[in-house]
Ligand binder design. Structure first.
Ligand code: TYD
Length: 208
């Protein structure tokens, strides 16, 4: 099963996902955690180019193509082989981040970015997408308070950009109701862990 984790900056998705992974492993599930952009050496090299704060001249379409290129490499080298081997793969961000950030917030258009990604992924979709929904003002304040988290080129965008990311994610959840589950990421950590865990267990039951 392929699960993707999505949401605006500072939604706590990575910490919650680490916790949920531990719970699933305790039950005997074989879980592989990965992330985008990145997840393999080549894809991580592409990540460095995309997120470098010095790259202020990057064209939006170049950005979208680089995310799609890194995604392709991640699928070929990691996600597809693991999926064939019957593992649960959980990816911190995937296709919907491109739709929300490049398609929505950068204004390239959801359908154009969807078409580009369908080409890059051979039309491969996750079985489940957990959307960690939160007001970006709260998310960005969390990042500012967390000294261990590096600020990247996209974190530096204005608040309107982050509002548009959030709204596009919510629109996507309406468009793809079969795979999306919206979680309230402003709740206390333990509750979000419980909600995320329950959503994955539910989908595992369905996939059996
Ligand atoms: P990362 O440090 O992993 O941020 P986060 O902890 O918020 O996931 O950086 C990934 C950044 O790249 C993040 O700002 C979201 C953005 N992004 C896109 O714009 N499009 C994409 O397709 C993906 C996968 C990420």
């Amino acid at each position: 099963m392929f699960v993707t984790i999505e949401g605006p900056e500072g939604s706590g998705k990575s910490s919650v996902t680490n916790e949920v992974t531990k719970l699933l492993e305790k039950e005997g599930y074989e879980v592989v955690l990965t992330r985008e952009p990145g997840g393999t050496p080549i894809a991580e090299q592409i990540r460095n180019v995309i997120l470098d704060k010095e790259n202020t001249k990057m064209d939006p379409m170049t950005e979208a193509l680089l995310y799609a290129a890194s995604r392709r490499q991640h699928l070929v080298e990691k996600v597809w082989p693991l999926s064939k081997a019957g593992k649960i793969i959980i990816s911190d961000r995937f296709l919907d981040s491109s739709l929300a950030y490049q398609g929505g917030a950068r204004g390239l258009g959801i359908d154009k970015i969807l078409a580009l990604n369908q080409y890059a992924t051979d039309g491969f979709y996750p079985e489940l997408t957990l959307l960690f929904d939160i007001d970006p003002r709260i998310g960005l304040a969390r990042i500012a308070a967390n000294k261990g988290r590096e600020v990247n080129r996209l974190d530096l965008e204005k608040i309107d950009f982050h509002d548009s990311v959030r709204q596009t994610f919510l629109d996507l959840a309406k468009r793809f109701p079969d795979r999306f589950v919206i979680l309230d990421a402003s709740k206390p950590f333990d509750e979000v862990v419980k909600d995320a865990y329950a959503a994955i267990k539910e989908k595992l039951k369905e996939c059996k």
